[in-house]
Design a protein around this ligand. Sequence first.
Ligand code: CA
Ligand code: CA
Length: 449
Amino acid sequence: MFATRTSLLAYLLLASITTTASAHSKQNIGRETLHPQNGWAASGTGVAGGSAAVAEQVYIVRNRSELIAALNNGVVSSTSPSNPSNEPKIIYVKGTIDANVDDANNPLTCTDYYQDGYTLEAFLATYDPAVWGREDEPSGELEDARLASRNAQQARVRIRIGSNTTIVGIGKGATIKGAWFDIRGTANVPNSRSNIIIRNLTFRDTYDCFPEWDPTDGDLGSWNALYDSVSLRDTSNVWIDHNTFEDRETRDSTLPQHFGVLYQVHDGLLDITNASDLVTVSWNEFRNHDKMMLIGSSDSAVADRGKLRVTLHHNLFDGIGQRAPRVRFGQVHVYNNLYDLRDTPSYNYSWGVGIESAIYAEENVFIANRNFTVDRIIARFNGTALSVSDTLVIGPRVRNPVDVLGAWNAVNDPDLGFDAGWVPTLDHELLPAWTTPILVPLLAGPQAK
Ligand code: CA
Ligand code: CA
């Protein structure tokens, strides 16, 4: 695929990067801090996470109860505390932690959460558009029972995380299954939640047993689920690095249709909203999911202006349908990411240009499928401009540097402008695009350290 000279150059680059990585791993991964030039999260106070933890605040956790106790200053609580500890702490995850379990770590299925007479069968019979119609959203006893059942699941899967926290997986197999890491500060209180590191973990199969039916959403109606694997709200200075986010057992192709549309149990993988700011998302794998990353949740959320600054670099997006990312308001640097579209049956777009968004995309690589055309990389949602340079497409019909913005403007009106209005500086790992399809498959995702 690559000429010998190119391979040699890549090898030398790889050698220099892995030398740096191994120098790091000689110290303990739990004590590592963000490099001062590594993306937006390095701005302001940077990210030290829980690296300053005293010995009593270093935990190894193997199940949901131990994880929640560690987050809550060692206090065991049957439900997720809404005020997790902000003490500097390091939490090592060992093995697989399933969030859908009871306090004795017995697995809970969707039916175990049923409350007040809810069953999926009864819900489908009652709110079938042929019976209920399409004018009004569901209401009444059975919808109330769905909400009660949803709350019962939420009490298990929603996990709050405090400031000054590092959560890292031990080895390649550390897994968080079915959970929603709900990281949030207090609205309009700057730095009420900040300084968090999440590394070397696999987030798998976050799912909502009780998605909401909205018959008025789209022509056919739609099922809307609640939980992201990780969501950031009113939170700043966060580093998300070397993780995998994926649907495996619950991937969309395994889900049924109800009322003629997909019974969607997933929301985002990593959503960054509500005036969150200064986030670096590096060397992660995102796989087999439709809506991946929402940066900014509403056009009317003007408190997001000047915030939502995010750097995405050296991530693998494999089988991602849309929102990689979708941006409102924020200055978002997207570089050296690898978009593999070969197994993406419902590819929609990658870069969503939302209101007042300022995406600066450079040195990204797309591995195309047969239906791919370059203009499909971008979708506009009330945005006006983005900066794009040095995009490479490898595929059946193209294998060249491509002009993404030119291709989009050629088939859409009005045109998008070519200047996002800012130039990134915190980019010490920026490399030529051709290195991306070599380095990202080798080094993204959890590492065996
Ligand atoms: Ca979400
Ligand atoms: Ca045009």
